[in-house]
Design a protein around this ligand. Structure first.
Ligand SMILES: [Zn+2]
Length: 493
């Protein structure tokens, strides 16, 4: 519940917004009422019901996460375990033919969404478009678990765009190093139909905190018909449509083999892209080192008005990244950010993105702190068509993050955004307001025992790991699948 009346927040630094750009107020004030910001600046003259003084802190707009971690992280399984076909990241043929099954119960699926949503809030993310891996599912995500996700978002107070992911195809391992795709068109259409009815039922729920989207999973697991119908439904419902593409080698090679085009060329040929399209990850584009030679992928994305969802952390873990963030920006592409993996620390993503950009450009001046901060706030809002998010200004939603600048580990401050980019982590978020409600105060989420939930998450995850051999090619044991950094010496009996 929101508190009634006006709330005034003050801090040594406040990110305000003037004439389309962020500004920094020293000893600034933010006032909100009924979930809406009514004042940002100095010397508010009106009456307030309460005030919170944060002193050496930064009040900033919450991050918008267009590809928000929403399950128990699974990239931990692949971090030092390759190749993916040998490590259970694609199903063996036997597993698929036996009928893939859900690795988690409905209860566990809903729990992991709720747990992930809490982690997003703890990292200063106030708007989230969840993403989860389908490797561990019988097929797509379900209406029922998203009903639970909507309820969790409402209870925790997280602003979300929800839609169960669906697909037509699934990769499976035929033989060592040989992955093929199995397609089931009807199953894809059924997933789309469920997603559409979810949108119709949940759009605008929880006083507008819950919005909806369409989320076909990965381009190589979609057929032309599924993508055409998705684009039409997205226009009809007027919701964002997110599709993972231009992400990796398997996708690039599969789309080329099946359609003789790059992923982006195929999307353009299907008339899929529009201003409501969100495209994680946008790395395998022409021209780039992954697709040399001529090519106009980036121009096609830009001209269609689609937005790229940039997820620097997960890409860097695979030794990859945009070439480069600055080049994309200067081309006039719409760019938002996504966490996509654990930790769902948007600030860490900004930090790594900036480093990868400077490395790609071999130029220390090619990218500045505010370029990334803008993308994670204004860029995300723009990608969603939400001029009332991503900034602290009168008339905008009160989605506010309090960053601690007083901790002894944070170092010094000349400019608070630069200090965040150098020294802070998501764990330096003190308090979070979403839609005018304090959803976290001094790192406590009301009514939630986060430590107990983390223990439950670990237990649930161990269950998944123990079922892993079943769904791994050749059925090796758990310790053969997952390597250890050092030899593990068990406790004596
Ligand atoms: Zn991704």
């Amino acid at each position: 519940m929101r508190d009634a009346g006006r709330t005034l927040m003050t801090a040594d630094w406040v990110v305000g917004h003037v004439d389309g750009h962020h500004v920094l107020y020293r000893q600034g004030e933010v006032v909100f009422e009924n979930g809406e910001i009514i004042f940002v600046g100095h010397g508010f003259a009106g009456e307030v019901a309460r005030r919170r003084d944060y002193d050496l802190a930064l009040l900033a707009p919450g991050f918008i996460d267009l590809d928000a971690l929403s399950d128990l992280d699974t990239t931990i399984l692949s971090f030092d375990n390759h190749p993916s076909w040998r490590k259970g990241r694609a199903w063996p043929k036997s597993y698929m033919e036996a009928g893939p099954y859900e690795m988690y119960s409905l209860d566990e699926l809903v729990f992991q969404k709720r747990h992930a949503f809490a982690r997003l809030i703890r990292n200063g993310i106030t708007t989230a478009l969840p993403i989860a891996s389908l490797y561990y599912r019988a097929w797509g995500e379900t209406y029922d678990e998203f009903t639970g996700a909507a309820q969790a978002a409402e209870e925790l107070g997280l602003r979300v765009y929800l839609g169960p992911a669906y697909r037509t195809g699934n990769p499976f391992v035929v033989a060592p190093d040989h992955i093929e795709l199995h397609f089931d068109e009807e199953r894809g259409f059924k997933g789309l139909a469920d997603a559409i009815s979810f949108c119709k039922s949940f759009e605008g729920k929880a006083q507008g905190l819950v919005r909806t989207m369409l989320a076909p999973d990965r381009i190589e697991t979609c057929t032309a018909q599924l993508l055409r119908r998705t684009a039409a439904a997205g226009a009809d419902l007027d919701v964002p449509v997110r599709l993972h593409c231009a992400q990796g080698e398997f996708e690039r090679d599969t789309v080329r083999r099946l359609h003789d085009m790059t992923s982006i060329e195929w999307l353009a040929s299907l008339d899929f892209m529009s201003e409501r399209t969100l495209l994680p990850h946008g790395i395998f584009v022409s021209p780039s080192r992954h697709i040399p030679g001529p090519g106009r992928d980036l121009e096609m994305i830009r001209d269609a008005g689609a937005a790229i969802v940039h997820c620097p952390l997960v890409s860097a873990r695979f030794g990859d990244g945009l070439e480069s963030f600055t080049r994309y920006r200067e081309l006039g592409l719409r760019l938002g950010l996504g966490t996509d993996t654990s930790p769902p620390d948007m600030l860490l993503n900004l930090q790594i993105g900036l480093l990868v950009c400077r490395l790609a450009d071999r130029d220390v001046t090619s990218c500045r702190a505010e370029h990334y901060f803008d993308a994670a706030t204004l860029g995300g809002a723009d990608a969603l068509g939400r001029s009332d998010l991503g900034r602290l200004a009168p008339g905008c939603r009160a989605d506010i993050v309090v960053w601690d600048l007083a901790g002894p580990d944070i170092g010094q401050v000349i400019d608070p955004i630069q200090t965040l980019m150098i020294s802070a982590t998501g764990r330096d978020v003190r308090s979070v307001v979403i839609d005018g409600r304090f959803v976290m105060e001094e790192r406590e989420l009301p009514g939630m025992d986060f430590a107990a939930e983390a223990r439950r998450a670990q237990k649930q995850f161990e269950g998944l790991v123990s079922r892993y051999p079943d769904r791994t090619f050749g059925h090796p044991t758990v310790s053969e699948i997952f390597s250890a950094a050092y030899p593990v010496i068990p406790q004596p009996e």
